[in-house]
Design a protein around this ligand. Structure first.
Ligand code: ZN
Length: 316
């Protein structure tokens, strides 16, 4: 089986103002990191499809979809909030970002690949059912998770979020869906100032692990192994999604958890192990944040290495 890498050139045309940390150079940095490493020469690539409005409606209100797409300017920039800007191609980029996750779900369930990484932008985990924000227009991972449940009739899926920020939008959507387990490690206090440990959801399907600034990767790995993985095992999801943000890296200009590449690969390995136990290794990793270009490229490469390695192990 293979590891799939899904992306689309339209993502480079989502252009918030110059100097915005969520910039197209992020994806270029990931490609540059992959290009210099022989290990990725056999990575199976796919160009993301464009999500349909009906796909977005799995996780968003019609009003949110309509008002967001209406905000896309013909020229110049429009503001969704102070941090979230739209340029003329932002709507198309956002539709294709959600589309990448749909492609990943289809590819894993058709047997084409066993795990997938979606290198997308704009990111998604701050987008609620009714509201975007925090650089996010549509919640790519929640759309993909709902699609797996509704179109492929999976009975349960998990979303694990290791971005430095709490995925408030994803939690908001998962809160109403007992078939989604959402777990997040994140720096606290930090934007969006949600994700306290007592936010567990009325179906007890939410697990938040707030971490203090500069707590480091060892603490995070321990939390993943001792708190998140046992809950994942109890939930026994039929697919595992990862909100893969890399802004907890020690070199990141926004986050301050001081993680390094090995922390991301170790946590990805734990999640792949859980995916092996419950769902034939089916894991879909979706890019969220990560704003130091070198750290982002190297950290994505570190995760992809363990995803590819897992496929090789399967064969032996
Ligand atoms: Zn983030």
């Amino acid at each position: 089986m293979t590891t799939l890498f899904i992306t689309h050139p339209i993502y480079l045309e989502h252009l918030p103002n110059p100097g915005h940390p969520e910039c197209s150079a992020r994806l270029e940095a990931i490609e540059a990191a992959l290009a210099t490493d022989e290990g990725f020469s056999k990575l199976k690539r796919k160009t993301a499809r464009r999500a349909e409005i009906d796909d977005l409606k799995l996780a968003h209100s019609e009003e949110h979809i309509r008002t967001t797409l209406k905000l896309v300017p013909d020229v110049g920039l429009n503001f969704l909030d102070n941090d979230t800007l739209l340029s003329p191609q932002s709507g198309e980029a956002a539709l294709h970002a959600a589309g990448a996750v749909l492609d990943a779900v289809d590819s894993l369930l058709s047997g084409e690949a066993s795990n997938a990484f979606c290198a997308v932008r704009p990111p998604g985990h701050h987008a609620y059912r009714n509201k975007g924000g925090g650089f996010c227009l549509f919640n790519n991972i929640a759309v993909g998770a709902m699609y797996a449940l509704k179109h492929h009739n999976l009975s349960s899926v998990a979303i694990v979020d290791f971005d430095v920020h709490h995925g408030n939008g994803t939690q908001g959507i998962a809160m109403d869906e007992p078939n989604i387990f959402y777990a997040s490690t994140h720096q606290s206090p930090l934007y969006p100032f949600t994700g306290m440990a007592d936010e567990t959801g009325r179906f007890n399907n939410i697990l938040n692990i707030p971490l203090p600034a500069h707590s480091g990767g060892t603490v995070a790995r321990k939390a993943m192994l001792e708190k998140i993985i046992p809950r994942l095992d109890a939930f026994a999801p039929e697919m595992i999604f990862v909100s893969a943000g890399f802004d907890a890296h020690r070199d990141d200009p926004i986050g301050g958890l001081d993680w390094v590449e090995e922390d991301y690969s170790a946590m990805t390995m734990m999640l792949l192990d859980a995916a092996e136990r419950h769902c034939k290794g089916h894991l879909v990793s979706v890019l969220e944040g990560g704003y130091n270009l070198t750290a982002l490229g190297q950290s994505v490469a570190a995760c992809l290495h363990v995803m590819i390695q897992r496929n090789r192990d399967e064969k032996t």
